[in-house]
Write a protein that binds this ligand. Structure first.
Ligand code: SF4
Length: 194
């Protein structure tokens, strides 16, 4: 995949923020089913901030943890309006002040929206990077640091997507599908188990 892309659908920075918050513990496919009606009804941060949490909930109830996520996106939109003139701040530290935005989400936003040299490590990236041997880390933060240090700059933007998609569709959590994997020759896990 020479040009992998974020699988979440969005048409502006705020929509990606909302979609990433909704995607926690939920599939991108499910989020993509929810967001068209949500963004049609509430097209701006102002609309999210000025509506009720119950109204947001009514659009997102089919995703996981809808109560909590409705509160988070409402609070994030309110903070954007109050503190950032309705625009997303473009630094990792400031993004993490927004409700619902942890380090992984902030990294996704910095990479996908502004191509900053960051890499978001979620459970797929953590597992796949360590299985292959790109990293040798016990936690997501060390995995992020090692990937940042070891990935050529021109591949950094794609690395998150390569690893996440490989983990989602081939090197899956329960059982890696090594029989259909194209990188067995460079994978430590494969070498150690075959
Ligand atoms: S060879 Fe197996 S363990 Fe290694 S990356 Fe491929 S699927 Fe994962």
């Amino acid at each position: 995949m020479p040009n992998p892309r974020c699988e979440l659908h969005f048409s502006n920075e705020f929509e990606l923020l909302v979609a990433v918050i909704l995607s926690a513990q939920c599939t991108d496919k499910r989020v993509n089913l929810i967001t068209p009606a949500l963004f049609k009804a509430l097209p701006t941060p102002e609309a999210f901030a000025h509506t009720t949490i119950d109204n947001i909930y009514s659009y997102i109830r089919s995703c996981s943890y809808p109560n909590n996520k409705a509160k988070l996106v409402h609070a994030a939109a309110t903070m954007l309006i109050d503190n950032y003139n309705g625009k997303l701040p473009q630094t990792l530290d400031e993004l993490q002040k927004l409700p619902g935005v942890g380090r992984k989400t902030a990294n996704v936003l910095c990479s996908v929206l502004w191509h900053q040299p960051t890499i978001a490590v979620d459970t797929h990236v953590f597992r796949v990077a360590n299985r292959i041997g790109l990293t040798d880390a016990k936690n997501v933060l060390d995995t992020e640091k090692q990937l940042l240090a070891r990935t050529p700059a021109d591949a950094l933007y794609f690395m998150h997507h390569w690893l996440i998609l490989h983990g989602r569709y081939c090197c899956t959590a329960r059982k890696p599908h090594c029989e259909k994997c194209g990188i067995t020759s460079v994978c430590n896990f494969y070498k150690e188990n075959n």
